[in-house]
Design a protein around this ligand. Structure first.
Ligand code: OOG
Ligand code: MG
Length: 261
């Protein structure tokens, strides 16, 4: 670690305040170019600790930058992980209040719920499928706390990987669907914005969960049973504003819809 505990606490406060007050800040590596990966996750952990101290619950975790489309869009090439919040969970069909967000974008994702814990390193797709209770279609609303949605990997990890809101649809048995070849269509205001298949996510969405278990395992952590895991956007993220409506259609999994007010 390159940053002191004081600086880590200070940066966590800056980023969480930016989220809660919907005011973007400059990316933190501008002021602290020496910060390392450990510092970045330590800031994210400190944001989580602040929220939990206020009674916020953490229903799950998310992987980010797991598809080539997303990596290209953001100019980075490594998956990252963050956490989800109870207040971020919105029902299917929700109207999302854009006045509580800075510059939201939506992503179509495939999510897993585990029935057994997963412990990396060495976790693979087979372990994930054996430990999966069910899969659900999901839409994530991301909202970088950085000006113009511009960042580098360390800054976005510290900013809890732009986590803001998420919506999940109806559940399906993971073994009943071909997750790799599963088609996804993302529409804005009725118009198709992008299409992809599950394979866009690290070759297979379960590989994203295995990668998460291995990343956590490297830090001595376990992926607990019951955790909801968003595996990352299958296509590039689509900017939205008040008045927009979004529908994500998933082959065999149904659809998820939301609108912005
Ligand atoms: C980082 C979060 C990426 C995903 O699904 O790839 C992410 C960002 O692009 O702001 O959630
Ligand atoms: Mg995402």
């Amino acid at each position: 670690m390159k940053l002191s505990q004081d600086i880590i606490r200070q940066l966590a406060e800056t980023l969480e305040t930016a989220e809660l007050e919907c005011r973007p800040v400059t990316k933190i590596t501008d002021a602290y170019p020496e910060m390392d990966w450990e510092d970045a996750y330590a800031i994210q952990d400190e944001i989580k600790r602040r929220k939990q101290e206020r009674g916020v619950r953490i229903p799950g975790l998310k992987m980010g930058l797991t598809s080539i489309a997303k990596m290209k869009q953001m100019g980075v090439e490594e998956p990252i992980h963050g956490f989800l919040t109870d207040y971020g969970l919105q029902p299917d069909g929700a109207r999302i209040d854009t006045s509580r967000l800075i510059h939201p974008k939506v992503e179509a994702e495939i999510a897993f719920v585990l029935k057994r814990p997963l412990q990396g390193p060495g976790c693979h797709i087979g372990d994930v499928l054996a430990a999966t209770d069910f899969v659900v279609p999901a839409v994530e609303v991301i909202d970088s706390r950085y000006e113009n949605f511009r960042f580098d990997l360390k800054s976005v990890i510290a900013d809890n990987t732009s986590s803001a809101r998420f919506i999940v649809g109806g559940s399906r048995d993971a073994h009943a669907v071909d997750l790799k070849n599963l088609g996804v269509v993302l529409r804005k205001n009725g118009e198709i914005m992008s299409t992809a298949t599950g394979a866009a996510v690290l070759g297979h969405p379960a590989h994203s969960v295995a990668t998460l278990a291995n990343m956590l395992g490297a830090r001595g952590r376990t992926l607990e049973a019951g955790t909801l895991i968003l595996t990352g956007g299958v296509t590039e993220a689509i900017p939205v504003r008040a008045g927009d409506s979004i529908v994500a259609e998933y082959q065999d999994l149904g659809s998820v819809s939301l609108s912005f007010a």
